[in-house]
Design a binder for this molecule. Structure first.
Ligand SMILES: [Zn+2]
Length: 203
């Protein structure tokens, strides 16, 4: 979001150039180009398609208008997931433990859309978030949707959050094979490239 010093298209493209330059020179580390983009109230993503198409993956998330009706909130998220560049739905219920209740959504519809679309759901490992819930994890597993366990790191120290996410995933009976980011880079790249449909059109 702009007020949170979010990246606009111009700065994001600049960052992409810098990552391309680093990838050309780094040995043994690959930096993927991505952004967590706002899902607007009507389900559009808050950056132009031409910008999103340059990324390796797109993470979408709701950060505003938490009080929509269940039908509207679900429709909003489903519409975002139908965007041709959409990889991962971040912190899918939006809850902040002891601060904010989850927004009202039909999680089964969202999980089924992810299956249909070939995209993924985040299990956010921040101890205040930990959404998906364990029951959602199990539902995703049953429907064949991979979960990405993410640290929500805003600094290197936050990588220690991962263990909380792994604990939550185990409560939902997830195994290594059910988790997107247990995969080696080449497999991961292939899976996320399918969520960036402009790629398949171009190739
Ligand atoms: Zn977020």
């Amino acid at each position: 979001m702009a007020f949170a010093h979010g990246l606009d298209s111009r700065r994001l493209m600049q960052q992409c150039d810098e990552i391309d330059a680093l990838n050309a020179e780094l040995q043994g580390i690959t930096i993927l180009k991505s952004i967590e983009v706002d899902i607007l109230e009507d389900g559009r993503l808050d950056l132009p398609d031409s910008t999103l198409e340059r990324l390796d993956m797109v993470v979408g998330a709701v950060h505003s208008n938490f009080n929509l009706s269940r039908a509207k909130q679900t429709e909003r998220i489903l519409r975002a997931m139908q965007h041709p560049c959409f990889t991962l739905l971040a912190h899918p219920t939006g809850r902040l433990l002891q601060h904010r209740a989850p927004y009202d959504i039909d999680m089964l519809s969202i999980i089924r859309e992810a299956k249909q679309r070939g995209c993924f759901l985040e299990l956010n490992a921040h101890p205040e978030r930990l959404d998906l819930l364990d029951t959602h994890c199990q539902l995703a597993k049953e429907e064949g949707v991979l979960i990405s366990i993410n640290s929500d790191a805003h600094s290197v120290y936050d990588f220690t959050n991962l263990r909380f996410g792994i604990g939550q995933a185990r409560r939902g009976w997830l195994e290594k094979k059910d988790v997107l980011n247990t995969r080696p880079l080449q497999q991961l790249r292939l899976l996320i490239s399918h969520t960036m449909q402009h790629n398949s059109r171009r190739n």
